[in-house]
Write a protein that binds this ligand. Structure first.
Ligand SMILES: [Zn+2]
Length: 327
């Protein structure tokens, strides 16, 4: 079974946090956080259609300029999701440049911003053709807890406390459906666009006796297809949790978001012996990160965003995270 998306950390764990999520076989990518992204190529940045920004501290948002510089030359919009008042931060960034050469003849590039606070509260738009003046638009209608909803995946969010609201995200692929060509041949059925409808029916969980139209004259039941020609697996779940105080309410929220994650990417800024410092800076300790992974039943935990005070002991934090994870 091949996954729909492939996650990759942008930087080593002592540098800015950020996750590049590339779609296989598609010219499309997502980003979780927007700090130092200089290690991503222009080709990779051009694929980015949606960025989920945890909060606007510099190490999570300073890459906005780099991304904008590349995206200015495309028509495809750039969507950003961040915490409440995030559009103000975007507007302030855009106000730092002179846009006198932009007018209605410019490329029709736009930045769309959604602000999340348990649900999408506000949406704004900044169009290149309007010299990036902010326009308020209808808030995007999505179910509570969701920041993206598509046929093949959803992205959920939750608000954590980092002295300010900081968003954590989880990408859930819907059920994966692969077609087995030999099986199709055995059923005497052709490959074609009708298979997309069949896959959608499987993802929706339609019953075995539902009928799928192959063409004008032929039909097949979903049960037959499932038995002979479809390989079905649960979708992958990726969770990304950064910058949160290690108190119980945060831990509960992070655990709920990361439940059953195949990969949990989680900050572990401070070693356990520096818990007082972690508390003061509103960050997780390595032990708290490991405990969240364990309570969530994550299959794999990938710690990141280590304080540089441990740069000469690069194994310290991963060891403490893993100890708490396996305890
Ligand atoms: Zn940070």
């Amino acid at each position: 079974m091949t996954w729909l998306v492939q996650p990759r950390l942008i930087n080593e764990p002592f540098a800015d946090p950020g996750l590049f999520i590339d779609f296989r076989f598609r010219r499309r990518a997502l980003l979780f956080d927007l700090g130092d992204i200089s290690l991503l190529s222009p080709r990779e940045l051009l694929r980015v259609g949606h960025v989920f920004v945890s909060h606007a501290h510099m190490d999570h948002f300073s890459g906005f300029d780099t991304l904008l510089r590349v995206c200015l030359h495309r028509n495809q919009p750039l969507r950003l999701t961040g915490p409440l008042d995030f559009a103000d931060r975007v507007a302030a960034k855009l106000a730092g440049y002179t846009w006198n050469l932009l007018d209605e003849n410019s490329l029709d590039f736009a930045i769309l911003v959604d602000e999340f606070d348990g649900c999408i509260r506000r949406s704004s738009r900044f169009r290149a053709r309007a010299a990036f003046v902010r326009e308020d638009v209808e808030p995007r209608q999505l179910a509570p807890d969701l920041v993206l909803e598509e046929d093949e995946l959803v992205v959920e969010a939750t608000v954590l406390d980092h002295g300010l609201p900081c968003l954590a995200f989880a990408l859930q692929e819907r059920r994966r459906v692969n077609v087995w060509r030999d099986g199709l041949r055995r059923l005497g059925l052709p490959v074609g666009p009708w298979l997309n409808e069949a896959k959608r029916a499987v993802r929706r969980g339609d019953p075995d006796d539902s009928v799928v139209a192959v063409d004008q004259t032929r039909t097949v039941t979903l049960g037959e297809l499932r038995k002979e020609a479809l390989q079905i697996a649960a979708g992958q779940r990726l969770a990304y949790v950064v910058d949160a105080a290690a108190h119980e309410e945060n831990i509960e929220r992070a655990v709920r978001l990361a439940r059953g994650a195949d990969h949990l990417f989680i900050e572990a800024a401070f070693a356990d012996e520096d818990a007082a410092l972690a508390d003061q800076r509103r960050h997780l300790t390595a032990g708290a990160a490991g405990r969240i992974a364990k309570l969530a039943g994550a299959r794999r935990v990938i710690p990141l965003h280590f304080s540089t005070r441990y740069i000469d002991r690069p194994d310290l934090i991963p060891e403490q995270v893993n100890r708490a994870f396996r305890e």
